[in-house]
Design a protein around this ligand. Structure first.
Ligand code: HEM
Length: 156
């Protein structure tokens, strides 16, 4: 009984405003798929939380508008996706945020994502980082953390 109550406490039991409900899952920063950068210069080079939020918004806009991959994104909860990506990038870039989304394998399951889709998405991310004038060395910090996630996102 106590165990059940404790488990419930860490599950996503409420739905943030404007988002669609999801099946319950256990919230953990481990779901972000990478450990945070320990170098404070990285977060600063991204212009902090506001810079990360701007990059994510431009990145998501591009993905939904990109004819190469827009079919994969349409009909998915854009409000939730923006929030989860902002948390994930902030956590990974050492911004002391918590990630409350699902892990990469479960959130991309059955989406049919191929290597070419992943490449298109990375291109859109590079454009968004460039628009924020994130220096290349700090862009690469994020890209290096995301690269191993390809195996959880791309369908084999
Ligand atoms: C390393 C690369 C990637 C990362 C870090 C990433 C990150 C994320 C995150 C944080 C979420 C939200 C999880 C949640 O709702 O709990 C998500 C969902 C999603 N991602 Fe990705 N993603 C990546 C690659 C891709 C690619 C290549 C595509 C398609 C071209 C894609 C399409 C989607 C879609 C459609 C959703 C929404 C799923 C749903 O509503 O159930 N992602 N992604």
């Amino acid at each position: 009984m106590f165990v059940a109550a404790a488990l419930l406490a860490v599950q996503a039991v409420s739905t943030p405003l404007g988002e669609e409900p999801t099946d319950p899952y256990t919230i953990s920063n481990v779901n972000a798929g990478a450990k945070p950068s320990g170098d404070p210069r990285v977060f600063a080079a991204w212009n902090g939380k506001v810079g990360i939020d701007r990059v994510v918004d431009r990145f998501v806009d591009r993905n939904f508008a990109d004819p190469r991959i827009s079919d994969i994104f349409k009909n998915h909860d854009q409000v939730r996706l923006r929030r989860a990506l902002k948390e994930q990038f902030c956590f990974i870039l050492g911004g002391e945020c918590d990630y409350t989304g699902r892990n990469m394998r479960n959130s991309h399951k059955d989406l049919g994502i191929q290597n070419a889709d992943m490449n298109a998405l990375v291109e859109n991310l590079q454009t968004a980082m460039g628009e924020e004038k994130v220096p290349f060395w700090a862009q690469n910090k994020l890209l290096a953390k995301l690269a191993p996630m390809r195996r959880d996102v791309v369908e084999r």
